[in-house]
Design a binder for this molecule. Structure first.
Ligand code: THU
Length: 142
């Protein structure tokens, strides 16, 4: 259960929409933005960054996560994700891919609130535990 106000969630969605404008997606033409909020209220954004060799592509969520972790921030409460084909209105919300769910689980565990948005006024929320039930994390290999 997120403790953010609706206005704080909308600000996070706007940050994700802004990050999406910097997506590098010449191959799929599907642009994604993510905004990850840390436990101390900082916001780290990311976009998808594609690569001609395809495999090195980074999703927006992992770009945001690794940016935060590389700056020493490892505790998070919420992430907003937006995605759509270039120049099109998105009919579906963009949910984090399986790899990003796993990467987020490592640092956030099941309680992370995932805000999947079309616009600041049109979004759904699920916990990471709902998106990745029985997640495998650091506790499993202790
Ligand atoms: N993508 C993301 O950035 N996040 C997701 O959760 C789903 C997929 C990107 C990867 C690729 O650049 C493009 O969207 C199409 O799959």
């Amino acid at each position: 259960m997120s403790e953010l106000t609706r206005e704080e969630k909308q600000a996070l969605i706007r940050a994700a929409l802004d990050a999406r404008t910097r997506a590098v997606a010449p191959y799929s033409r599907f642009t994604v933005g993510a905004a990850l909020r840390s436990a101390d209220g900082q916001v780290f954004t990311g976009c998808n960054i594609e690569n001609a060799a395809f495999t090195p592509t980074s999703c927006a969520e992992r770009t945001a996560l690794f940016t935060a972790v590389s700056q020493g921030v490892t505790r998070f409460t919420d992430i907003a994700v937006v995605g759509a084909k270039m120049g099109e209105v998105n009919e579906l919300v963009t949910a984090p891919c399986g790899v990003c769910r796993q990467a987020l689980y490592e640092f956030c565990g099941p309680s992370l609130n995932v805000i999947m948005a079309k616009t600041p006024d049109d979004f759904i929320e699920r916990t990471l535990g709902e998106l990745l039930p029985f997640g495998f994390g650091p506790a499993n290999i202790e």
